[in-house]
Design a protein around this ligand. Sequence first.
Ligand code: C2O
Ligand code: CU
Length: 506
Amino acid sequence: FRLATIALATLVAVTPCSAQTATTGSSPSAATSVRAFQDLWIPPLITGKTFDLALGKSSKSLWPGATTHTYGYNDARFWGPTLVFEQGETVRINVKNNLDEPTTVHWHGLHLPAATDGGPHQLIAAGATWSPSFTVRNNAGTYWYHPHPHESTQKQIAMGAGGLIIIRDPIEAKLALPRAYGVDDIPLVLTSRRFNLADQFTFAGDNDKYGDFSLVNGTLDPKVSLPAQFVRLRILNAEIERGYQLGFSDNRKFYLIATDGGLVDKPVPLSRIKLMVGERIEILVDLSGDKPGATVDLMAYNARQPFGFPGGEPGRSPPNGSYLNNLDFRLLRVNVAAPTAAPITKLPPELTRNKFWSEADATERRTLNILRFGPPNREFAFDRKYYDMHTVNHVVKLGAVEAWTIVNDRTFGHSFHIHDVQFKIVARSDGPVPDYEQGWKDSLYIPRGQSATFVTRFDDFASDTDAFMYHCHMANHEDGGLMGQFLVVNDPATLKPDASGVIRLA
Ligand code: C2O
Ligand code: CU
């Protein structure tokens, strides 16, 4: 009986380190052993102006004795190298598809022309190479790349395809911030997987959206040594559906310095922060008061979705028997080590001066309604229209500042993401926009029954052959049709609907 099983799992999970060993439904070789910590894998950096990425099949030994089939870019076995872009540079990325299925690579959060965006329209056939080139216009921050082929995004991301992008700019470079990658500037990609009895990922079933085994940078039970000083963590929620509430095991304060689209004006002190699918944060944590040899854990508290509903969602909480839901569990063991030669010891009082648009700047308002009405795996759509590659859902005038309100129905929380732009959240129906959401965003969580409004400016052209996407970043929802597309043109009136009232993509 499920309730009894959950109660048992909850009891066992009081000690965070046993939460993952208490599972019964997943791979036995992982579940029955008390596993040792493994060193956190730090994805290698690639810098320069020309980047080569090749996506292919790989495999990874996630725990001793197991071999799991994965996808990886270049030599990476799960998750890819971190690309470093300088603002103002023109970069070229050669993406080779070594899979036997089509893929795409989307530069999540980047401001660029639609033909280089890597959405479902820029398909890379098996064996082919795609070489987009664009000028980097985003602020310094943490972005990411991942596959986006229509209806196969969940599978390819689940197999491990993705990577981080770090953008640097002169404003960030002038600040005394930790930026020694892998030393005091650490990427943390949070996700989880379920395994079948042969140690392989499962991703097709309803249970598979919530893994039983937490992975950070593709490392199970990770540990990392960090110097006793201010350390910067760049954190991405790369889950399929699960949301995180992050904090440290001793409830210490940490400081938010960046959201999806770069630095916030001033560090925001927090002891917990929500991070939903697709979102990134950069935080500073002060380890200078910790003795070398001390430990502290980065934790997920009550990890689930949706937030904002005490007690969780009826019938889904914990959804589908995943034992990491609604529990507190450790993401990363931090072993404090001696400080580096030139440690960062102070928090900069001010980081940048962002200029956001307000609702008063908007010349157009749009409302998008997320509705549930379809069969399983095809449950959700915007305004009752499943995504269709050939249908244009919205046409925006080039250069326009617009206010978009996303209205969610009462059935499920969703993580909304829009391509090309960074936006400012100006309103939420369930209360004031929290301090940690006051920066630039490209993804936002909308609890069920709630709505949110953002303002942004559309200044990248999207012609009649390439469109930009907006969608739920829960990859199963995206694949199921909770996605739409828009064009950005000089004169929207020139795009005429056909006899059935639909504007078609050429
Ligand atoms: Cu990160 Cu359209 O995606
Ligand atoms: Cu969704």
